[in-house]
Design a binder for this molecule. Structure first.
Ligand SMILES: [Zn+2]
Length: 218
């Protein structure tokens, strides 16, 4: 695939083809979209498509982040940046914001080895995501089974859910002397969550953008 295809078929939605600087996060401090341009370069091909090569200076910490980007035919903006912060700071803008917020906190808790908190946030995010997708049921497993029977979750995801210990933990309230969550169990539920979000939100979004349909947020 050529770099000239950047923004064709996949990318983030722009409004009136206006470039979105908020898609760049400072590679040093993680602040999103607060930059001044230190250098702007561009190259145009015979069809009029423009590739942009920008060096951005962070307003908050003063460091530089390089952004390579282009807006495709259908108004999607593809972007690559260097460096990127090795810390989770954002979620795709087409995820429901509440799900994204919980997922972000689950990931950050894994990064900081806070296993109880990571598992709790991930389990809540799973619950929110499947309710967003229209699940009903009396327990989390009941809701997951319901999505499976509606064809919204593949059988392998329903089956996998029953192997993730933290998803079966209906007692989300603290109990005295309860054993802490192990790193293995916490990571398992965060991984389940990530795959679930791929299936419920990433896949439909990617298919819609390939078909040229407007993005929708569930
Ligand atoms: Zn910065």
């Amino acid at each position: 695939m050529s770099w000239w295809n950047t923004g064709e078929g996949s990318g983030s939605q722009t409004y009136n083809r206006k470039p979105r600087i908020d898609l760049v996060t400072c590679g040093f401090c993680g602040e999103a979209g607060k930059f001044e341009f230190a250098q702007k370069l561009e190259k145009k091909n015979s069809t009029g498509k423009i590739l942009h090569y920008d060096t951005l200076k962070c307003d908050q910490c003063g460091n530089y982040t390089f952004a390579f980007w282009s807006i495709g035919d259908s108004g999607l903006q593809g972007i690559h940046q260097l460096p990127y912060l090795r810390k989770t700071t954002r979620w795709p803008d087409y995820w429901p914001a509440d799900v994204g917020r919980y997922w972000l906190q689950a990931k950050r808790n894994v990064e900081a080895s806070n296993w109880d908190a990571a598992a709790l946030m991930a389990r809540s995010a799973v619950q929110l995501a499947i309710r967003r997708a229209g699940a009903s049921g009396k327990s989390l497993f009941g809701e997951i089974n319901d999505l499976g029977s509606k064809g919204l979750l593949p059988p392998i995801m329903v089956e996998w859910a029953h192997e993730v210990r933290e998803l079966g933990n209906e007692n989300a309230h603290p109990t005295p002397d309860a054993a802490g969550t192990t790193s293995k169990d916490a990571i398992a539920v965060v991984e389940y969550l990530s795959m679930l979000l791929k299936i419920l939100f990433d896949l439909p979004h990617q298919i819609a953008s390939r078909r040229g349909e407007p993005a929708t947020t569930p």
